[in-house]
Design a protein around this ligand. Structure first.
Ligand code: CP
Ligand code: NVA
Length: 299
């Protein structure tokens, strides 16, 4: 199997690579050693460059690097010269000489791509406006753990055609499971499907029908705060609630990448219901990212 050089989007990963990362993540969670040293990141440093807020991604990468024996270095763009206009291509070449990998959360997907073009160390996308591949790895692991066959599950997305939805689309294209997205007009995903197993509807109930997995996310993502009130109107009815679940398959699991706005895209009772895998989903970010770090720089 070809080794991953960077992790910028699921579009660049093969089905085999996705399954291999998921299987290693599950083994890490069970406490099983890998093929390499006990602390595969010993003596290695990983930069965490975050241009947007983060709870889960930042802390799980920081803790994950530490647990693998490495040294995480948080880089706030306001504190490094990148924030004063130093070009990405210069920053990438210089940081490549100190670090062993870099994790980047930013706005444009072009930023992580440009960084990767100039970097001699692996670059990991920790969320852009376009995609959130680490999130979907964690989501797939969570579903496998619940006994779901991720090759045949019926998956639904209800809400904004945003970065997380785009990464679900890439996953559906790679793995082939049927995937229906319900998005209000004007808020469709930006990525081209080009896969027969993906459908778009304006009707959340149609998407929910027979689904084994229903996923949603906030109506206004980071950077879209000014659009929040317009979006609240546009997304009226695109909520995952008990009624949505009545149309779903049995069993049906609910996912939300978090942070959530209870009463908007999801109700509090659904979040706390037996159908919700949300808390395991958050935990599994740690395990999949450790598998990813091990694969990119630890073996
Ligand atoms: N789901 C997720 O990426 O959360 P954070 O924004 O807290 O990292
Ligand atoms: N779509 C959300 C995901 C947060 C993890 C955002 O980009 O803000």
């Amino acid at each position: 199997m070809k080794k991953l050089r960077h992790f910028l989007s699921l579009a660049e990963c093969s089905k085999e690579q996705i399954f291999s990362l998921l299987s290693r993540a599950a083994a890490i969670k069970r406490g099983e050693p890998g093929h390499g040293p006990d602390l595969p990141l010993s003596g290695k440093s990983v930069g965490l460059l975050f241009e947007k807020p983060s709870t889960r991604t930042r802390v799980s990468f920081d803790v994950g690097v530490y647990q693998l024996g490495g040294h995480p270095i948080f880089l706030n763009p306001r504190d490094i010269q990148l924030g004063r206009g130093e070009p990405i291509k210069d920053t990438a070449r210089v940081l490549s000489r100190y670090l062993d990998a870099i994790v980047i959360r930013t706005f444009g997907q072009d930023v992580v791509e440009e960084f990767a073009r100039w970097s001699t160390i692996p670059v990991i996308n920790a969320l852009t406006d376009r995609s959130h591949p680490c999130q979907i790895l964690g989501d797939l692991m969570t579903l496998q753990e619940a006994g779901v066959d991720i090759l045949t599950m019926k998956a639904a997305w209800i809400g904004d055609g945003n970065n997380v939805a785009n990464s679900w689309i890439y996953a559906a294209c790679k793995l082939g499971f049927p995937f229906v997205l319900a998005c209000p007009e004007g808020y469709d995903p930006a990525v081209d499907f080009g896969c027969d197993n993906i459908k778009l509807t304006r009707d959340p109930i149609e998407a929910a029908k027979g689904a084994n997995v229903i996923s949603t996310d906030v109506w206004a993502s980071m950077g879209q705060e000014k659009e929040a009130s317009t979006r609240r109107k546009a997304f009226h009815g695109f909520q995952v609630n008990q009624k949505t679940l009545e149309y779903a398959g049995d069993p049906v699991y609910v996912l939300h990448c978090l942070p959530a706005h209870r009463g908007e895209e999801i109700t509090a009772d659904v979040m706390e219901s037996r159908n919700s895998l949300i808390w395991n989903q958050a935990e599994n970010r740690l395990h999949v990212q450790k598998a990813l770090l091990e694969d990119l720089i630890g073996l």
